[in-house]
Write a new protein. Sequence first.
Lengths: 170, 462, 1007
Amino acid sequence: MAERMVPGVLGHYEHMDAALETIEAFRTQGRKDLVVYVSHPNHEIEHALHEPISPVRRVTLVAGLTGTTAGFSLAIYTNGLDWPLLVGGKAPISPQAFVVLGFELTVLIGALSTVFAVIAFSFLQHRKGVLYDERFTDDRIGIFVPSAGAEQDKVASLMTEIGAVEVTRA
Amino acid sequence: MGTAVITQASPKYGPPTDQTHAEITRDVVATLDTAPRGYYYLIFACVGCFLVGVATFIALLKEGLGLAGYQPPIMWSVYITNFVFWVGIGHAGTLISAILFLFRAPWRTAVYRSTEAMTVFAVMTAALFPIIHIGRQWIFYWLLPYPNQRYLWPNFKSPLAWDVFAISTYFTVSTTFLIYGLVPDVAAVRDKVTGWRKFVYGKLSLGWQGTNTQWRHYSRAYLYLAAFCTPLVLSVHSVVSWDFAASLIPGWHGTIFAPYFVAGAIYSGVGMVLTLLIPLRKHLKLERMLTEYHFDNLAKLTLLTGTILFYAYGMEYFVAWYSANTFEQTTFWRRLFGPAWWAGWSMVIPNAFLSQLLWFRKIRTNLTALWVISIFINVGMWFERYVIANALGNDYIPWAWDQMNPTWADWGMLVGSFGWFGMWFFLFSRSFPVVAIQEIKEFVPMPMRGKRAGAKAAAGAH
Amino acid sequence: MAENTTMTTGTGLDRRKFLTVLGATGAGAALTGCSTDRVAKLIPYGTQTEDQVPGIPTWYASTCTECSAGCGLHVKTREGRAIKLEGNPDHPVNAGKLCHRGQAGLQGLYNPARIKGPMKKSGAGFAEITWDEGIKLLADQVKAAGGAFAVVSGGPRGTFEQLLRAFAQQAGGSVTKYEPFDHEPVRLAHQAVFGRDEVPVVDFAKANYILSFGADFLETWGSPLEQQRGFAASHGFDDAAKGMAKHVYVGPRLSLTAANADEWLSTTPGAEAAVALAVARHVAEAKGADAGIRSALATYTAEWAAKESGLTAKQVDEVAEGFAKAKAPVAVAGGIGAQYANAVELCSAVAVLNAVAGAIGTTVRFGQDAVQGDGAAAILALGAKMASGGVKVALVHEANPVYALPKSTGFAAAFAKVPFKVYTGQFMDETAAACDLLLPNHHALERWDDVEPRAGVQGLLQPVMEPVFKTRHTGDVLLAAGKAAGYALPDAADFHAHLEKTWKARLGGGDPEGAWREALAKGGRYAAAPASPALRANPAAIKYTAPAKAAEGEYVLLATPSSLLHDGRGTNKPWLLENPDPVTKMTWRPAIEVHPDTAKLFDARNGEIIRVETAAGAIEAPVVLYPGIAPGVLSMPLGWGHTAYGEFAKDRGANATDVLAVAKDAKFVAYAGQSVKVIKTRGYQKLARTEGTPRQLGRHIAEAMPAAHAAKGLSVKESYLELGGHTHDINPEWEDKAIEGWYETQKEMRVYGEGNNYAGEHPAWGMAVDLSKCTGCSSCVTACYAENNLPWVGEEQVLRGREMSWMRIERYWEGGEGGKALEARFVPVMCQHCENAPCEPVCPVYAAYHTTDGLNGQVYNRCVGTRYCSNNCPYKVRYFNWRAYNRWAWPEPMQLQLNPEVTVRGRGVMEKCTFCIQRIRQAQHDARLEDRKLKDGDVVTACAQACPADAIVFGDMNDPESRVRKIKATNARRYHILEEINVKPAVTYLAKVVNVDPAHLAEGGHA
């Protein structure tokens, strides 16, 4: 790897309980900077890490409401204020007819912003140069513990003790 | 398609759990290996059909819509039929991927990726038809609210203006949803393949590694996307149905239309899913992941929506009679016994009656039977829309009545649409995982090693 | 400017003053005109000619020559091109109205099939020559003929005819006047009964009981337009005080005239005379005619007539009594469609009937001699002479005998024998094709001429534009040829000079120049009709021979004239081909009308081609099932099956006259009563009919009520219930409740916001159509085509129901089954300009919207063609440009006729009736310039202007003084089509009134 590597120890696990136990162990040591790799969304790991709920939800809410407002105001401005034409003997501003527009923009803007939020939160903030192994998207769980020097031995031995099938360092 | 026997019938009734994560990844990635020659023939066939459509469209641009078989007062016919048909197809995908996700239906995981892809491509196909069918295709963009120096705006009281937003939103969001779900799987593929493919999938996986931060935001957002798609499933076809229901044409302006259309959409969608998935499963050797259990559930969904349709048809006739409205009554009488009776019955028989066969488990789990039925469902649902458009042929002024009389220009476009859809779908099914690796793994738990004590012992021995 | 536009609307006086100018300078105007072969550069008017203002229409008075009626014209020209024909209000014959044939004259003027210049036969075709060559050739040949010279003229009576006669006489020949529909039987009958070879003028306006024996006086019999006006005046219902005439039609076919009758008595073909005699007998007894007549009629009892005609004695008696009681009765006969072998007897019987009923001199007026041609006998005699080689040079002027005379007369063959044949008509028709020298005449709108349709009426023609092609006035040609041949002809530079001289002499007075201008401005000179002489009927003329029954297994054929094509001269005009036949609603092709029961006999369905054979020949044509014809009778329209006459007419259908066996010495062509064999072929021809479903299905689209109810002022609904209808409402009560008040609440919400331009005072344009006057003649349809640049779409498109006729006449059948009398109801349907227009809100781009003055606007430029508006239009009056019709509907030089005030719509846009918005805006504009408020009658839509029956009234519904408002507010017969769907249409219909006994109706089942 060309880029400067983050110093630390990476443990490979084939068994869920071993991985969970390791996480537990390091958390009791007060470590918050673990990086856990897993091939699928896994709630046990989430719980083990005691992570807060993702802030994405706020973005979604705000964006959704923005969409609703945008929809209605677009329709009311264009059809009612800027260019009021009489059609079918109906009032220029007929809110019932504008509901669809409001709804669709809610969904559109809401959904897109949500995705952008995720990209912003997870991909952009993702730390480069952390040890990774291709098998993590297959059937292994990886736990990376940033550490340097002598500390690395302690970490490594703890990992093997709990059941890491493989340990690599950087 | 031959009688497909369900291999690997899972021990208990539920999603198969007899595979390891490694096997799952391997089997799915295997579907992306070099395809047999037959597959390329299929793609070429699709492209051929698509070109027929292109040629027809060029002819329309040159000579005008008059080439098609319109007979006033029938101003909408085959093209609108195709539009509604393809939009409808899409719905099953979103239903399965979004609604069933919220309901945590376990059988969804193995099928939702392919249905979602189907959704996207079906909507891509549908979206072409509003443009094809208007008189001056080259200024279709006048339907969009863009600022212009003449201060002209679209009319948001018109269901067609609603359509523009409904369809474009639906397309954007469902596409996003599909891609979003694909990211972790693409990463999985990236980590299996080599050479240039590794590079391509690497770029496409947006640097996904499955870290806890990524999963944390990802899963949350997935929930919200699903939550957005759920009303979309119900709304899009409702809006489409209002293209008809908001008018005053007898046989069109029914309050029943929105639910009736949504049910129909899902019905046709599931039909298309079966038509595609049954051969695909065999072709991609996914028997272990797509089992009897999944098809049984798809069939049940078909049965449900089919029965709703049955009810809706019945209700339309009841209301026509009960409303004592002579216009409604004439329209509905002529639907089944008028000059276009054949179209009427090609809609009622497959949709209302054929679906009832699915009460029998034997039929639900016999893939051949399912596949044949699904073909009839597609035909029947196409005709449903055709028949509805045909209601124009006998509305208020008897003097103006006339019958639709389709020409090569109508059929050319239909063929083209299937080619266009097939091309995308089959290209997709061999370039991306048609089964959601990560979600299947969710239902196949990681191996536990058992007692922690054992672990200590091992360590001690060390 | 101001005076210009008073042309459309203003009072007679300033029009006169104005046209005086135009009249005198008509020739000058011609210089500024345009013609296709000379438009090299576009040069702006440097110095204005006094009567041409770019952008402002100029009007000229002229006379119509499309048939022999001689209606007065007002020709609208723009930048030197004639773009619309309207009636001349000053003219006694048509009083400002014009029929579809008259209006289609424009398509004659700009017809691609016109002969573009002088030509000489060379080999199979023709070679162009110069006019000098042509004239020299003519002079030499005529001289060389040495008396063996014959002229056939279809031209009208007038100064030109005298010149023609002089020329012929100088050349030692004679002129035979030929008019295919010449009413010979009428003239022969009047010769026999009154000793006058004459066609009388019938005043339908005065009549209160009209009894027609196969005389289609609304179509081709006599002077159709004048008669339509008269009929509408007497038979249309205005108020109880005036009441309405009763109209009974006797004959085997439901023609347009019959369709407008209160009772249609379908007789065995040829037996009409029997009924006439029986009625005459009754009337003679009732009114005490002189003994001679009474004894001559004695044997013709009602029972006898019933037996002869297939009616019941009761029916005959009812008619007879009604006729006898009537204050101003009139009976008419001699229609082309009823020209049986015994036609003369029929006409005699009717003449006697009129005489004993005291109609002569009141409703039937002699002494105006409306005769046009010399009759079939004369032309056939000439034919014989030609056959025997007695004619060396023949000149045919404005006539097409080669086509019009049945093959069996052998005229065509005889004509071919003539060594040298000259043609001075306008079109490359069958006769022209057979000639050796073509010297094409100017079109009526390009030349100086005059017309005398009948005593006391002299119409003038003046050129309204420069000739479209290199044609020349035949008058000038004759004068030149005469000079060359050294004949003693009137000494004049050209025909214009000769005409002017003649007229000035005729007008006399102190100021001939002024009088001449006055005459030009008025379009001619109209003296009061001479008094009708007292006449005594001659009993000896009363005869009856039973019609020859059809041979075993054969059928009786009626060759009926079409009100659109007349004798076939209309077949080269798309406006007339696409305008559906008023009763059968066929376009672009003839079909043989067969009663459904008859069709069963040879198992024919709509469109299946049958072969009709006689000794004389055979024709093939598709069948159209038509309930309006007696069983056992076939009817085939005339005017089709041209072998030349331009691309529109050529090879279109078959010519019905081909199967008529006519004796070479016949006194008239018996168009009706031919016995024919019928063989069903394998062929099929889809019928291009505009008819969808001809039944109303209880939707109350075309309402009708008996005269008694109308007189009582009953509403449509009351009348319906009184006649025993159960419920007239289509909506259930709850539905009416549901829509109640919606409209008002919306109306309040409409006046909304600052920028809203819907607040404030505006006119609200509306229309009323009186179905008791409308005869379904379809003149309005052609008027709309001409005014609004409607494209004709051609047969293939009509087959797909894509005709673009903004205004269509729907024809619904009532009864006709279960012993109920068959009744036809005509409803003109155009855009209803609904206040709650369903078409508007569904347009995604606001192409359809509501204007401030209550119009339903359609912005072509904005339309993207979603066609949703048309789907959502309950009246189905929106028309879509499926193909680029604008590219084929105006082949060179027809595009010169386009109205510059109206956009020509391109492919892919929706269009519909605009209430002639260009006329509305023009009128508003003029009013503004004259600084006055718009007054009722300022705006006249094209359809209303043309309607011979004055059935259409247009105006501002917000103007308390307007006619339309009064009608909508007060007329008891008012109703809206599809009222129950709450779209608030701006077009109100007034129910048709049928003059029959309500009791009879109840069982006969109207409404």
